[in-house]
Design a protein around this ligand. Structure first.
Ligand code: DC
Length: 679
């Protein structure tokens, strides 16, 4: 998951390959609630791990459900319709799929069994209306107090006296989630009589109601439906655990990859696993809209394959009431279409995680699109000229995921050849609501030319702290990291182990050529594995450092490692640390940093480091050692230590690590959008 402040997406040129999507949010939270109300234990497989499911699990735990979690499988032992906790304060973040049904269930339980519950969330949750549900529950005799503004959370549910003789009425024209909440909760009180719910107004988002009915049936409750206006829960309905249930992948999450296939599946299709033609999710009908725009889609019960069909995409004019969430993806696909796309009947966008019509319009305009917004529609005309854009995401996962598709801009019919634009996604972490590893998945199926991927190089004399700085920069930007010295050290380690003479340049070159080929390498930030063996400690030994220093002076060895180093240039960017990163390996790096700390300060740092390791050495010894090494490094014939001509010098003698990192990040941010040099 990317937890950086922003994520810069390089221009993307194609998409293809296979990916598995996480479980659906709508299905996950409905299943959790139903399992929590049921008798017996339910084993839920493929549960989505996200902010919304986490708050639901925490709420169920607080209410006394027994929950055991093991990866994406969760065992839940339900309450069997009986409160075991009579007081709880539930914090539900920004999860509408937890707030609405828990409100209904706890209001009914509190009115029949006593107990006082408060339900609250983040400030945006307190701006999302719940009045229609409150208005349905109060006539039933539930005591529901809005403790902030009337019609909005936070709520306090405090007992009451149920009167089930009245018909139960709920508005269906603002959000279908209120009806879903009642359908999920009313079986709690259907022992004595059948319960009828009447929908007031035209029901929107019917597909979500189908998901609700489908899952209720899996839990033993057969709701009778009369059109979309009246729903009857039969007398004596009881939640029965199905034992085991699988959550299908999220069809709305699939929409981004369907779009990627339609825009960029040029040579190869994008194959999506976990959801397909047998899906119970309404958003699966996004496929029809994508096909109308040009996507070529084939499918099986639980997979989809998407590639470019007609191109450029076709503009469409569509009533999107049946696919409210996935329709946002169409608004971004419109950037690649010929003509103006009009998405209608999307008023519900205004009451989601943010006002999505306003947010979509504002951010599409930044890219250069012409946008007209209405109360319940949006019209998008592709940019005549594309602009670099820093996309605000409004703490809305779908904004972040949608706008990542703008990174395919070099493919757009209206793109200026050779002038791709940069797309910066603010607060990429917001995707955690439904798809924590969204960007990882995108980078798995998206491809670009390596020379479009930005590189930052960091170099400097020994003990200047370049490794620490480079690694911290990579973390802060969510970039790949190359510690090039480790490649020379690995070669040194293997040479020593295999008894290769350090004077035998040819043998060392042969060895270096095998790295990453016959010899498997794996890296993470702390570890290095060579053919499955953890060598992180071994390569740090002084003797191995000496060997690395010697063999790094052979041009043949340097040449042998060149391609391997270049291969680290991966999405979304790279920070590369080491000797000739900015001069030989990545001469087109967007930012080259050269550290120039004083000998005295570097000696102090090295001294502290060695002392902490229990090595006894004087400051003077270190000083003269560093001076000798600097001289050797600068004057050596092969790859001498010297800043690239266009390097930015940073004397970090008087800076802490954080200050150095902030300084370089400041340069990086000020330099945005980074000019991409094509060779
Ligand atoms: O940065 P380090 O101490 O891990 O590097 C090990 C040796 O490899 C050191 O002697 C410098 C050399 N080296 C190099 O010649 N070129 C690089 N790009 C990185 C390291």
């Amino acid at each position: 998951m990317y937890t950086t402040a922003f994520l810069d997406l390089p221009p993307l040129l194609s998409a293809g390959g296979t990916l598995r999507l996480p479980g659906s949010k709508s299905i996950s939270n409905r299943v959790l609630l139903l399992a929590g109300l049921s008798e017996g234990t339910t084993v839920v497989h493929d549960l989505l791990a996200s902010d919304d499911t986490r708050v639901m699990l925490e709420a169920l735990r607080a209410l006394g459900c027994d929950i055991e979690q093991n990866g994406d499988t969760v065992h839940i032992t339900g309450l069997a319709g009986k409160l075991s906790v009579l007081q709880a304060d539930l914090f539900l973040g920004n999860a509408g799929t937890a707030m609405r049904p828990l409100t209904a269930a706890l209001a009914l339980l509190s009115a029949t069994q006593g107990g006082v519950f408060t339900l609250s969330g983040i400030p945006r949750m307190h701006e999302r209306p719940i009045g229609d549900l409150v208005d349905a529950l109060r006539p039933l005799g539930c005591v529901v107090e809005c403790t902030g503004n009337e019609g909005y959370p936070p709520l306090r549910l405090a007992g009451g006296q149920l009167k089930l003789s009245e018909p139960i009425k709920v508005r269906g024209d603002v959000s279908s989630q209120f009806l879903t909440a009642l359908l999920l909760a009313l079986p709690l009180v259907s022992q004595q009589q059948a319960l009828a719910i009447e929908v007031v107004g035209e029901l929107i988002s019917k597909p979500y109601i189908e998901i609700t009915l489908n899952l209720l049936a899996r839990f033993g409750i057969q709701v009778q439906r009369e059109g979309w206006q009246r729903f009857v829960i039969p007398q004596g309905s009881r939640y029965q655990s199905p034992g085991t249930i699988h959550v299908e992948a999220d069809a709305s999450s699939a929409s981004y990859f369907i779009a990627a296939g339609a825009i960029a599946g040029i040579e190869e299709a994008v194959r999506i696993e976990g959801v397909g033609s047998a899906s119970i999710q309404g958003d699966i009908r996004f496929i029809e809209a994508a096909q109308a725009m040009g996507a070529h889609v084939t499918s099986g019960p639980n997979w989809l394959e998407v590639r470019r069909g007609s191109w450029p995409l076709q503009a469409i004019d569509l009533d999107c009431n049946h696919i409210p969430d996935a329709a946002m993806t169409l608004a971004v696909m419109a950037l690649y279409a010929q003509g103006t796309t009009r998405l209608r009947n999307i008023a519900s966008w205004r009451v989601k995680e943010t006002d999505r019509i306003a947010a979509m319009a504002t951010e599409l305009r930044k890219l250069g699109a012409a946008v007209i917004e209405g109360e319940d529609f949006i019209e998008v005309t592709p940019p005549a000229t594309w602009s670099h854009a820093s996309i605000h995401t409004y703490d809305d996962h779908r904004m972040a995921m949608c706008f990542s598709l703008a990174a395919f801009n070099p493919l757009a019919p209206t793109a200026t050849p050779g002038k791709p634009v940069s797309v910066r996604i603010d607060d990429p972490r917001c995707v955690a609501k439904t798809f924590p590893d969204y960007f990882e998945a995108l980078f798995q199926v998206a491809q670009t030319n390596p020379d479009l991927i930005p590189v930052i190089t960091v170099d400097g004399p020994t003990a200047s702290g370049k490794g620490t700085l480079a690694s911290a920069l990579a973390t802060r930007l969510g970039y790949q990291f190359l510690d090039s010295g480790s490649l020379y050290r690995i070669t040194g380690l293997l040479a020593v182990e295999q008894g290769i003479d350090l004077g035998d340049a040819n043998a060392l070159e042969q060895l270096a050529r095998q790295l990453g080929e016959a010899i498997a390498l794996r890296f993470d930030r702390e570890h290095i594995w060579v053919d499955g063996r953890d060598v992180s400690e071994a390569v740090r030994r002084e003797e191995i450092g000496q060997a690395a220093s010697r063999l790094s002076a052979y041009p043949g060895v340097r040449q042998a490692l060149l391609e391997l180093q270049k291969a680290f240039r991966g999405l979304p960017g790279l920070v590369a640390d080491g000797r000739d990163m900015g001069t030989v390996v990545f001469p087109d790096a967007a930012l080259k940093v050269f550290l120039t700390a004083s000998v005295a300060e570097r000696a102090e740092r090295r001294h502290r480091q060695l002392i902490s390791k229990g090595v006894s050495v004087t400051l003077d010894e270190i000083c003269s050692d560093l001076e000798a090494r600097d001289l050797r490094d600068r004057s050596r014939a092969v790859a001498p230590l010297k800043p690239a001509q266009d390097a930015q010098l940073l004397d970090n003698s008087a800076l802490t690590i954080e200050q150095s990192v902030d300084t370089v990040l400041g340069w990086w941010v000020a330099g945005w959008p980074h000019v991409i040099v094509r060779h």
